[in-house]
Design a protein around this ligand. Structure first.
Ligand SMILES: *[C@@H]1O[C@H](CO)[C@@H](O)[C@H](O)[C@H]1NC(C)=O
Ligand SMILES: *[C@@H]1O[C@H](CO)[C@@H](O)[C@H](O)[C@H]1NC(C)=O
Length: 546
């Protein structure tokens, strides 16, 4: 008795002092899009750094891997990875109508993608996760990529589920009962200028895009359902496919609506962690880079030039590289240039530091950096926006032109075609951005809104992960809509009943009126008739009397 009463407060104390305890977390990050994987692996890293035991399953080779993360890779050969990458990039284009149509057309070529998702679930190392009874998971995080099917693993493991999406809450939010509000919330790929309401044409376009995505989702779910039945058709412990998503505790979206828009209503299960891949506080820079930047003058500052890891030095025409060097070597600014082949640099100049590998996020955080020349990969653009640095985009392929256009339309910089780069336009663009304060002001204003949050993206992630683990799921957060049919959720049955009542009362009144009418008019008739008869009788009597 004494032990018991002492034991509970002690346990409570331990829990309170420890904050979140270490939990076993499984991340299913089988997306075939490298940019999604960057965000998902950043989440895994943050969770691992805060003492959680994190296991991740990936199809692609992860771009960053914290040493304490247990990694299971379901192999995907490089050629497959490349062709999926192109498919994904094509779908990510910002150009509205075409994006929806190309998504629908791409359905045919997505068979291998679904086969891949099935491979993951059939893979022995993945099956081992639930077939070994000594494995225990407190949480499963599914990186969403048309793979809701893989939620089956969470059911096998009897663990609470969180979904993570590398986009804003457009379509997927409806899984949580998030309202669609298509008259003012743009569907995916629909662009509405900031501060504008949709014109009637825009609303029509939005409706079409919404319906297009809806059909796309329906087709995907049909595919998922078929595979699911194939895999678990004879397993009575598994829920029906359409009930699979009804236990999702919450969804992490890689967005921040307040600063990025659109402003829209969200259910409590929508948690935004946009910018999760950017560190709250930069790490110290390597000494050579720090010294180089400190050597830059306050008035001129420095420039970071990085064309990403996919555009290898060898891919750029030597001619273009020479033009870039000619311009950059004559600038008054110090320039850090990401360059793979340090044996063969574009040329030696006092103001240029070449580096094969760069802590890009930490460099962008440095106050001396005044401009970021970038290939406009999603990650780099997000980091520069976070740190409030204007950009000159030199996009090449995939989602880069779309990212560059979005960045330019927000007023954060300019964009040039790398493949047709000329010395004069390059120089004018660099100087134009550095000398006109409007770019700097626009991106700084965005940055201050983007960072102004009650909890940083990192803290938000940790808080909600611990919350779901603490409460063994979060069914109390759920919108009741999740458990309602389409008809009930839209009150269609009530409208049908009201319509029927209206019709019936109309019909009854009509009937009643016509009966009354007939009664009235027939009374008139009988009166007439009877007076007519009386008349006749009188006549007859008269006749008889005569
Ligand atoms: C971490 O998770 C893995 C995978 O479930 C498990 O094998 C391992 O025992 C766990 N480690 C700890 C310390 O709990
Ligand atoms: C959802 O989770 C609860 C417990 O958290 C469980 O009782 C229920 O069966 C689950 N529903 C489905 C459809 O798996």
């Amino acid at each position: 008795m004494a032990v018991q009463s002492l034991g509970i407060p002690l346990l409570l104390l331990a829990v309170l002092a420890g904050g979140g305890q270490s939990a076993n977390i499984l991340g299913l990050f089988t997306s075939l899009s490298p940019s999604h994987l960057v965000i998902q692996m950043s989440m895994a890293k943050i969770l691992a750094e805060s003492e959680h035991n994190v296991t991740v399953v990936t199809a692609l080779k992860p771009p960053l891997l914290h040493p304490s993360i247990n990694h299971i890779q379901v192999p995907l050969d490089e050629a497959d990875g490349k062709s999926f990458g192109a498919l994904v990039a094509g779908m990510a284009k910002r150009d509205t109508g075409n994006a929806v149509i190309s998504m629908l057309l791409a359905m045919g070529s997505m068979k291998p993608l679904f086969a891949k998702m099935e491979d993951v679930l059939r893979h022995q190392r993945v099956k081992d996760l639930y077939e070994h009874s000594d494995n225990h998971f407190d949480l499963v995080i599914l990186g969403y990529f048309m793979n809701s099917l893989q939620l089956s693993l969470a059911h096998k493991l009897k663990a609470p589920q969180i979904v993570a999406l590398s986009n804003p809450p457009a379509m997927l939010g409806t899984v949580l009962g998030n309202p669609s509000e298509i008259s003012y919330v743009p569907a995916m790929n629909v662009v509405v200028e900031k501060g504008q309401t949709m014109t009637i044409c825009k609303r029509f376009e939005n409706l079409l895009a919404f319906v297009g995505h809806w059909i796309f989702t329906l087709l995907i779910e049909q595919n998922n359902d078929n595979i699911y039945k194939d895999l678990y058709g004879d397993d009575p412990s598994m829920p029906r496919y359409e009930d699979l998503h009804k236990n999702i505790s919450l969804i992490f979206f890689a967005s921040h609506g307040i600063s990025e828009g659109p402003i829209r209503p969200n259910v409590p299960g929508v948690i935004e962690i946009g910018g999760i891949q950017v560190k709250d506080k930069p790490d110290p820079l390597p000494k050579d880079i720090a010294d180089f930047l400190n050597g830059a003058t306050e008035s001129h500052g420095a420039i970071l030039l990085s064309l990403g890891s996919n555009v290898k030095a060898a891919h750029i025409k030597p001619d273009t590289v020479q033009k870039m060097f000619n311009v950059i070597s004559k600038l008054k600014q110090k320039v850090i240039w990401k360059w793979d082949d340090l044996e063969n640099t574009p040329g030696i100049s006092e103001n240029i530091l070449y580096a094969k590998w760069l802590p890009q996020d930490d460099i962008l955080a440095h106050p001396k950096i005044k401009l970021f020349i970038t290939h406009a990969g999603k990650g780099g653009v997000t980091e520069a926006q976070y740190h409030g640095k204007p950009m000159l985009a030199l996009p090449v392929f995939g989602d880069q032109p779309g990212n560059a256009d979005a960045m330019v339309s927000q007023g954060f910089g300019l964009s040039l075609n790398l493949l047709a780069l000329e010395e004069q336009t390059f120089r004018e663009a660099i100087l134009g951005i550095m000398e006109n304060p409007k770019y700097n002001q626009a991106v700084k204003a965005f940055s201050s809104l983007y960072r102004d949050r009650p909890l940083s993206a990192r803290q938000t992630l940790l808080y909600w992960v611990d919350y779901v683990i603490r409460h063994h799921g979060a069914p109390h957060l759920q919108s009741p809509v999740v458990h309602m049919s389409f008809i009930a959720a839209h009150n269609l049955d009530i409208y049908a009943i009201l319509l029927a009542l209206l019709y019936i009362s109309f019909w009854i009144s009509k009937r009643l009126l016509s009966v009354i009418w007939r009664k009235l008019s027939s009374k008139g008739d009988t009166k007439k008739k009877s007076s007519h008869l009386k008349h006749k009788n009188k006549k007859l009597k008269k006749h008889k009397n005569q």
